[in-house]
Design a protein around this ligand. Structure first.
Ligand SMILES: [Zn+2]
Length: 124
């Protein structure tokens, strides 16, 4: 089913250096999914990308999802694919907006598409 919505992947300096300008995202380590969003501007709280647990700024760089990879809306699969403990950890941060969360098992083709300066300034 076509999703009719542009999805984005936000990430940190380190991952950006590894991915480059054009790349394909795969799950890393024990992660089951690649996290995506339909928000064209990064919102740290809405995306759950606070820096409380991870010190990297994972809203530093934006990638545009290309093509038509397999994706799921988090809210559609959260009960079947995530344990209650996982959901609590993911959803528990104040301001988290689950309706903007999408996940993909990978691979996900992406193109580097820097955050517009106006949006980047607003969140700093
Ligand atoms: Zn990093």
């Amino acid at each position: 089913m076509p999703r009719h919505v542009q999805l984005w992947h936000y990430t940190c300096d380190h991952a950006h250096a590894a991915i480059g300008a054009v790349g394909t995202l795969h799950t890393i380590g024990v992660a089951r999914y690649i996290w995506l969003t339909d928000l064209a501007e990064p919102d740290r709280d809405a995306l759950g990308l606070t820096m409380r647990l991870v010190t990297c700024d994972r809203t530093a760089h934006r990638y545009r999802v290309m093509g038509d990879p397999i994706v799921y809306r988090y809210s559609d699969v959260r009960l079947g694919d995530f344990t209650a403990t996982e959901r609590d950890g993911l959803e528990g941060e104040p301001g988290a907006l689950l309706r903007h969360w999408w996940i993909a098992p990978g691979p996900v083709p992406v193109l580097y598409d820097p955050i517009p300066a106006r949006a980047a300034r607003r969140i700093r």
